[in-house]
Design a protein around this ligand. Sequence first.
Ligand code: BES
Ligand code: MN
Ligand code: ZN
Length: 515
Amino acid sequence: MPTADSILDHTPDLAPIEAVTSPVASDVVVVGIAAAGTASGADADPGASAAPVVVAPGLEGEATAALATLARSVGAATKVGSTTRVPAPAGVPGGSVVLVGLGEAGDEISDETLRRAAGAAARACRGLGSALVLLDAERAEAVALGAGLGSFRPAKVTAKDGGRGDDDEVGPDALRVFTGAGGTDAVSRGDTIAQCVGLARDLVNTPPNLLFPGSFADRAAELGREAGLEVEILDETALTAGGFGGILAVGGGSSRGPRLVRLTHRGGEGRPTVALVGKGVTFDTGGISIKPAAGMEQMTMDMGGAAAVVATVILAARLGLDVTVVATVPMAENMPSATAYRPGDVLTMYGGTTVEVQNTDAEGRLILADAIVRACEDSPSHLIDTATLTGAQMVALGKKTPGVMGTEDFRDRVSELSRSVGEGGWSMPLPEELRDGLDSEVADLTNVTPHRWGGMLSAGLFLREFVADGVDWAHIDVAGPAYNDGAPEGYLPKGATGVPVRTMLAVLEDIAAQG
Ligand code: BES
Ligand code: MN
Ligand code: ZN
């Protein structure tokens, strides 16, 4: 585990993953169990449930039957992601077995069920040595991705540097994903995606005294260079020279000045350009419109959009996507101080639009607006921005469903792809009726409406003002989904989740495929 000095250089702690084409002997073996449905008929024993169906590709029939009997006798739960550990019967190449629930046997097992089950199983294998995962040899990417994401351990800041294993909770030494011939590429792709989601999680989990605009920008630049990206950092002087009034205002209250980071992955000549923009508020006190103390510590995650965008452009490079991806990432710390911006200030944003500040806690849209205008100067065909933007997102959709707004066709494409990868994005409207609330008597716009209705949507309408005509745009509000304040579940740990990295990857690949 890292110290305060090394946490920013920390590599995400995921178990190493390899593909195996035969069920090699391991310390623990993971198999699936699905409910066989309730027994019925004259001789059904009321109260006794049927043995579950065991899903264990690569095992002989006898071993599978023995596992079914064992699962039944211990009453192993078949709910997706439930785990039960039992001793290995004869014919199973391990010391013990983790039985992981896959739901009902009659139902088709979705990729998301596989990912969740593999993630929960990887967590249950912690401290047990090498794990052989027998779930679906044909869908090795879903299994590897779920297992990799589930094996992730959030970093802890410790007094002394140490490697894996200096903690009570040790990840599996190796995750061996059983796959048919040719599954090696699928496993390695799943692993690469899990590593980049892990990167986003680590950045979000890094405490706000250690991750601030300057250190975040330097780390993003370093990671970008390692991945072969073009890198540009605008510091406070460059932002002043460029006229980035939104970023400068929001970052002005902090002794640690704001940044704008640009990371570019080049696709081939003539390929489409996709712009990504992510909110990087490294800590949101609310500024002069200060937040209540209770729960304020969670505002360390207010750079979740930025972390996801940085991780996604790196992922685009690592996977060699044939599309140009330009990430534009504004970073600022929203603090109250003698140099802080005030309610009543009128800002001149990058590009010239003026904005009356009515609430300094509606800061995300101000830094995003500058970044969106800058991003549109590259003439992208598509622009995705993502942010932990509004509490209203959670009121409307809960903690796990990102709200997706924007130009309608692209918005719907993004939310469908988000659901297909298990991140659950949902399309939301931008009602014209709410737009009037953003009119100001003293400037072109105001940053908040006079009422709180549709708060997620009015934030989206504010951003829309800054998107260039003709650009297909989607805005993903992940105020809830970026952070799991409950217990670990499926492949999601407690703390940062890495949402919406996999949604953005799916969109980039979809655009790359359309040419
Ligand atoms: N970062 C917050 C939104 C947020 C709240 C994210 C809770 C995650 C959890 C954002 O900057 C904010 O403060 N939004 C205000 C906007 C309001 C002042 C119009 C909000 O949602 O209350
Ligand atoms: Mn705020
Ligand atoms: Zn914020």
